[in-house]
Design a protein around this ligand. Structure first.
Ligand code: 5MM
Length: 335
């Protein structure tokens, strides 16, 4: 493990004012996204859309890293340049989603993430294609009886094993435990679950000897369930999120890049802004948004080449506003 190389990757990604674009939708997920704008999901369409995002003029001012799906990492732009090369030319670090999705944990109706088998060999291949960081996402569903201790433990153990293998291959891991927003639970219940999940993740990371300075944490925020009818406001989300983080996340973690998890683009920017305004966190607080950076851009594109500029303008706007939020400089009148 080259600790210096890992720290260098983290330093580049955790540049103040910048964050990560999660563009690593698997083919089935991308199919759903494209179906939502009435576009058939072909390899060419997926490439055209991603190429439009990555070639957005000036986006590198706010985007330091992009997480790619394997297909995209190996795809070429229309002029033959590898898409990962399009990013590196702009000073953006390419990353790769390495998990292989969710499977049922035996004896439960809950899901754990798979993909450890052959991970080292895959990382060697992804590195050849320019990837310097990786991502593995675990999900936790909130109900009265879930997530179970078994799922919390198993996901933590797999996240930590994945992170260790990545670091042994000099690839900086994004550790992503996502407590899902689906449901009508209160913010307090989300806080309770998030605390238990993060606690176990850091126990497992420690057990595996993962270098915390050489990884990125990508958590969900502490937030009310989407169906809750008295959802907590922006300040409360920011306050409760930081409270739980201070109890569970060591200060040696350099950067926390949130997922948006079904929040609207505006909500996720406002929450990030509020946390950075509180200004007493020991970590860099930034974004690794998928939907919250892409929704308006995807809609504007609508699968048509003539809409590429509108797509890029919409993406640039969200990237810029989130970039400002990492510095506590965003306000809602910029929307
Ligand atoms: C971009 O979507 C990612 C891949 O999802 P699938 O494996 O389901 O296709 C996803 O992991 C994403 O990186 C995170 O959920 C964060 O994205 P959001 O949209 O929640 O910010």
């Amino acid at each position: 493990m080259d600790a210096q190389a890992l720290k260098q990757t983290i330093k580049e990604i955790a540049t103040k004012g910048k964050g990560i674009l999660a563009a690593d939708e698997s083919t089935p997920t991308m199919g759903k996204r494209l179906a939502g704008i009435n576009v058939e999901s072909t390899e060419e369409k997926r490439r055209d859309y991603r190429q439009a995002l990555f070639t957005t003029s000036g986006c590198e001012e706010f985007i330091s890293g992009v997480i790619l799906f394997e297909e995209t990492l190996k795809q070429k732009a229309r002029d033959g340049t590898p898409l990962s090369g399009v990013l590196t030319k702009k000073g953006i670090v390419p990353g790769i989603k390495v998990d292989k999705g969710l499977v049922e944990l035996e004896g439960t109706s809950e899901k754990v993430t798979q993909g450890l088998e052959g991970l080292g060999d895959r990382l060697d291949d992804y590195k050849q294609h320019g990837a310097r960081f990786a991502k593995w996402r675990a999900v936790y569903s909130i109900s009265d009886s879930t997530p179970s201790d078994a799922v919390i433990k198993e996901n933590a153990s797999r996240l930590a094993k994945y992170a260790k293998v990545c670091q042994e291959h000099d690839v900086a891991p994004i550790v992503e435990p996502e407590v899902l927003i689906n449901g009508d639970h209160s913010i307090e219940r989300c806080a309770e679950v998030t605390e238990a999940v993060l606690k176990e993740v850091f126990v497992a990371l420690d057990k595996e000897g993962v270098l915390l300075e050489g990884m990125i944490l990508k958590p969900s925020m502490v937030i009310s369930g989407k169906e809750n009818d008295s959802r907590a406001g922006v300040e409360e989300v920011a306050k409760q999120t930081l409270e739980i983080f201070k109890k569970t996340i060591p200060e040696s973690v350099q950067t926390i890049n949130f997922l948006s998890g079904g929040q609207t683009p505006e909500e996720s920017t406002a929450h990030l802004q509020a946390m950075n305004k509180m200004d007493d966190a020991p970590w860099y607080l930034s974004f690794s948004y998928g939907r919250a950076l892409q929704e308006p851009a995807l809609k504007a594109w609508a699968g048509k080449a003539e809409n590429e500029k509108a797509c890029q303008d919409a993406f640039f706007k969200r990237a810029k506003l989130n970039g400002l939020a990492t510095k506590g400089e965003y306000s809602t009148d910029m929307e």
